[in-house]
Design a protein around this ligand. Sequence first.
Ligand SMILES: C[S@@+](CC[C@H](N)C(=O)[O-])C[C@H]1O[C@@H](n2cnc3c(N)ncnc32)[C@H](O)[C@@H]1O
Length: 194
Amino acid sequence: MDEDGFAELLMSEDRKKWQNPRDILLQIGDFKETTIADLACGPGFFTIPLANMIDESSKIYAVDHSSTMLKHLKTNLERSVPADSLKHVSIIDADVTNTTIPDHSIDIAIFANVLHDLDDPKLFFDELKRISSTNCRVVDIDWHKQRVDDMGPPPEIRLSENDSRTLLNQNGYYVVHALNAGQYHYGLVCRRNS
Ligand SMILES: C[S@@+](CC[C@H](N)C(=O)[O-])C[C@H]1O[C@@H](n2cnc3c(N)ncnc32)[C@H](O)[C@@H]1O
């Protein structure tokens, strides 16, 4: 499958049946007066509902290193988000380990389906620390280790929920609560140890 096809698959109606992004986001809280980073946002599976949940005091940084994914993100945002909200979304073409997000500006950082894919998670966590505000919550959503229904990445590259908890702990985060992220995924909301 090429990247355009993958971007379409990520936004498919079928996916929304087994993983509803709005239902997941509602478990995190509200997004009023909140600065959010969607790190490795892809074509906007979480960015689009987020952009429809923020208020005029909120801001979203949507980061991805793929120009194809960002092309789809722009089209999807223009199609599904009112202009008033759209102006609060900044698209950043960058690696998640080296973004242009201002220091200590982020209240909620979401990274979905990407931690298992990073060559050096330490660099990612260093960047996360740089961009996070003091009370920042970070949200890790990823595939369960066991592959079911022939979907998602190969099991050998996946991180189990325990692997992710360990990685988060090693990088200074503790899990505050788990999310219902659909039958194929786990979701972890974390804060940084002081
Ligand atoms: C499986 S998609 C997930 C997209 C979205 N978070 C979702 O759940 O639908 C993974 C995304 O991560 C992006 N990505 C992977 N590694 C990255 C990196 N080091 N920096 C920025 N983006 C990255 C890819 O381009 C792709 O858009």
